[in-house]
Design a protein. Sequence first.
Length: 216
Amino acid sequence: MRERSANRDALRVSEARRSVARMATITTEVATTARWDDVQHALTGGGDGASCQCIWPVLSNKDWNATTKEQRTEMLREEIDAGPPPGIVAYVDGEAAGWIRISPRTAQARVPRTRIIAAASTEPFDDDSVWAVTCFVVRREHRGQGINRALLHAAVDYAKASGARLIEGYPVDTGGEKMRTNDLFHGTLGTFQAAGFEKKTEMKPGRALVTLDLAR
């Protein structure tokens, strides 16, 4: 019995060591022109990121429908080149693994045109001190490692350093249920609340408006 117990203890120690070895180092960087290849790597690891190029939030439906993937890629490149950077890249052990869009709402044309947001937000849409998080993308092989959480924290720091007064988010409230990854690009309510965001209202079933007041 003692031998079996010792073997079980040794197995648990071995598994713990392997778990520690598997722990990844997550870092984040602002998406500058120099990191263009990393932006593309982050966006093209499965899901809609490759075709969307995170241009959905900055175009009206009419303009979106008139663009191709190649045009969206060029639009994102031009946006990053022109600055200020519209997003953050997350890295896992040095490899680009995720992306978040964070910028003033005035730079994201779809936000005021989205009826549920326009009806729910109490902030004037011409106020460039109000920023918005509108998109998360994580490569398939890096999901479930807390990358969205790291991206959101970095986005808050970036917005604060850039003079933002308030950040809005429009996350999905999963209610604890499993959902398709492509349906979660807005982020989840739990991720935002863990970062200190306050739920202001339910815009429609399953979608919330959350805010973080950076002036406090």
